[in-house]
Design a protein around this ligand. Structure first.
Ligand code: 7TS
Length: 404
């Protein structure tokens, strides 16, 4: 049985008081809290192992390198990639997508070409593609969405042309919680030989991910959203694709030989990893993945699904409640507005009760425009949240509503 109270003991921050009240942390979509196992691994590495990786013959450097490369294997196993050559360490989802947009754009995109994104992307899966399109004279096209917040995949086939170079789609919406049928997106795109990037920032913390089963060509996620440290993330790419793409940044580590006349590049994955990596963070990310694997992704998913069902039911009972998104498959994210209470007022007043939620456009302005709103209040659950915390949220909203 999943013992949430036992799990909470691993997260010291959850014992904090905010304005004299117990912290109710419901902003996991933005970032998750860290278990002792992750923080202690970082402290231990800095205290006892620290040395730059890949370059040293000395003991500590080799030990740090071993930890760093073992972490790559942990990530490979976690998302079921074929090979560690396909696992690139980055600073996070945003850098992963910028890397891909730049390299892919350089190698594959010409004037008049098209890039397809969905209507519910985070800015980090829009803007890098837009920047690349501007550089290359290409066009951005958009997969439309129903009022319930589901992608209209029947429109995708018509959207794809012989000029389409790549399709970019989030697996889970950070605003609506919609779980997109990314396998279907991949199937439709592959029928025309078009590769697909899946943004896994909001899926990896909540469900088991298998990139081979999904058959996506690229997959990006952030460490800090899956109970790991900030400043580290992953770009997965099929080896056949990564082999075809040029490096993103130049510097140490990514080269084979350098002369002033010509530089040759290192093999995968190092070709895409210029400079000293955050090897302490990669090791700690592996500890975070071990941590969630230890609890079991299916157990986490079941716990969070139960919590989401409970919260949806409770929230719907509040007068004036408007919940955005009603997808058949949804994840542990709920965006809402109550009457005409501004989302910022709601967020600020909930904060005074110790309840941390996010407010605003959630870095998805085109989606806000599609919904005809400026922003929402958003609660997003993690593996340590409880029904009592949902009750505290509902009570808090009721108090704010009565004040207005
Ligand atoms: N993609 C999605 C779907 C996201 O939700 C986010 C961050 C990112 C990409 C970017 O991740 P980063 O780690 O590189 O910043 N989403 C949020 C959020 O919903 N609230 O704060 C950050």
């Amino acid at each position: 049985m999943y013992d949430v109270n036992r799990v909470r003991e691993d997260f010291p921050i959850l014992a904090r008081q905010i304005y004299g009240r117990p912290l109710v942390y419901l902003d996991n979509g933005a970032t998750t809290q860290k278990p002792r196992q992750v923080v202690e691994a970082m402290v231990d590495e800095y205290y006892n192992v620290n040395a730059n990786v890949h370059r040293g013959v000395h003991f500590l450097s080799q030990q740090a390198t071993d930890l760093h490369e073992a972490s790559r294997e942990t990530v490979r196993h976690f998302i079921n990639a074929r090979s560690t050559a396909e696992i690139l360490f980055t600073r996070g989802t945003t850098e992963s997508i910028n890397l891909l947009a730049f390299s892919f754009g350089e190698a594959m995109v010409k004037a008049g070409d098209e890039v397809v994104v969905s209507a519910m992307e985070h800015h980090s899966n829009i803007v890098p593609w837009q920047m690349m399109c501007e550089r290359k004279g290409a066009q951005l096209r958009v997969i439309p969405m129903t009022d319930d917040g589901e992608l209209q995949l029947e429109a995708l086939d018509d959207l794809l042309t012989e000029r389409t170079r790549i399709v970019c789609c989030t697996q889970v919406s950070n605003v609506l919680g919609t779980v997109n049928l990314v396998k279907e997106v991949v199937r439709i795109a592959h029928e025309r030989g078009i590769p697909v990037l899946v943004d896994g920032a909001q899926s990896v913390p909540h469900m088991s991910v298998d990139v081979q089963d999904m058959d996506c060509d690229f997959f990006a996620f952030s460490g800090h959203k899956v109970y790991g440290p900030t400043g580290v993330g992953v770009l997965y790419g099929k080896e056949a694709w990564l082999d075809k793409l040029p490096p993103y940044q130049g510097g140490g580590e990514m080269i084979k030989n350098v002369s002033f006349e010509k530089t040759t590049y290192n093999e995968l994955p190092y070709k895409f990893e210029a400079g000293t990596p955050d090897y302490v963070a990669t090791h700690a990310l592996a500890k975070a993945l071990d941590y969630v694997s230890g609890l079991g992704m299916q157990a986490i998913e079941a716990h969070e699904q139960e919590l989401t069902r409970y919260a949806l039911e409770k929230l719907q009972g509040i007068e004036g409640m408007r919940i955005f998104g009603a997808a058949k498959q949804r994840d542990a994210v709920i965006s809402f507005q109550v009457g005409n209470i501004h989302h910022l007022d709601m967020g600020t007043l909930l904060d005074r009760l110790g309840i941390a939620v996010r407010t605003g456009h959630h870095c998805a302005e085109p989606l806000m425009r599609r919904l005809g709103i400026e922003g929402t209040v958003r609660t997003s659950f993690g593996l340590y949240n409880t029904k009592a915390e949902v009750d505290a949220l509902v009570d808090g909203i009721e108090r704010v509503r009565r004040m207005f």
